[in-house]
Design a protein around this ligand. Structure first.
Ligand SMILES: [Zn+2]
Length: 241
């Protein structure tokens, strides 16, 4: 990644001076993502910014309009499901969209150094990381190796689901997405400050693997996106495994 606006070294609070993009505001950035997802769902993607000319145009610097903190699931490729191209999205993915220090640092880099006005937490139905955490909690056994770190990072969401009486996997996923939004803001005063100043928004969305559509489940500031409940999703959408 390029340190646009920085002379290198420690990423600081410098903001890029090129804010000419029409997507520099949080609401417009979110609207663009929603529009791209709609094209993808409808089977009419435009594949913007994927040509050789654009590749050359962005070689000298990047101004992504959204940070995606998504699950690593292979069916959740950000540029595909939001129908975007090179230089559009700053993507950070871990299994279960867990938000450790490197993830937080990457988000802060995009928001403060690159001036990205929107952070999207991207989870999905039937998430394997959430299922693994659920199994671990149910059996009282921890997975081996570093997978344990993933499970441990998801467990607070499991406990929250229990306290709220939610026990279906996709309901737990929604809670985990909202929990990740809160974690980002709670663990990153830098991000929280950008949001408080109105320069950035954080939205959690849940993606349906079969339907291809995203549904907002959490937003900061409140009201930034119309948060939907699972009951409001398309009942005709096929179930996923
Ligand atoms: Zn997942």
């Amino acid at each position: 990644m390029s340190h646009t606006g920085s002379s290198g070294g420690q990423p600081g609070p410098q903001r890029t001076t090129d804010r000419s993009t029409a997507l520099s505001e949080p609401a417009r950035a979110y609207a663009e993502l929603v529009a791209g997802n709609r094209r993808f769902v409808d089977g009419a993607p435009r594949h913007p910014n994927q040509d050789a000319g654009h590749r050359a145009a962005v070689a000298d610097g990047q101004h992504p309009f959204a940070v995606i903190v998504g699950c690593s699931d292979s069916r959740l490729a950000a540029e595909i499901i939001f129908d975007r191209g090179l230089g559009d999205l700053f993507v950070v993915r871990t299994a279960g969209h867990t938000a450790g220090p490197e993830v937080l640092g990457s988000v802060e880099y995009a928001v403060t150094v690159l001036g990205t006005p929107l952070v999207v937490v991207l989870g999905h139905d039937s998430c394997g990381a959430v299922q693994a955490a659920r199994e671990s909690a149910a059996t009282g056994t921890a997975p081996s190796g570093h997978l344990r770190a993933v499970v441990d990072a998801v467990l607070p969401s499991l406990r929250r689901a229990v306290s709220e009486g939610v026990d279906d996997i996709d309901g737990i996923v929604d809670i985990h997405i909202a929990q990740t939004v809160e974690t980002l803001l709670g663990q990153s005063p830098v991000l929280a400050d950008e949001v408080a100043r109105g320069r950035c928004a954080v939205v959690g969305v849940s993606y349906r693997l079969a339907a291809g559509a995203v549904r907002p489940v959490a937003a900061v500031p409140a009201g930034f996106a119309t948060v939907e409940t699972p009951a409001s999703t398309d009942p005709a959408a096929p179930a996923t495994v």
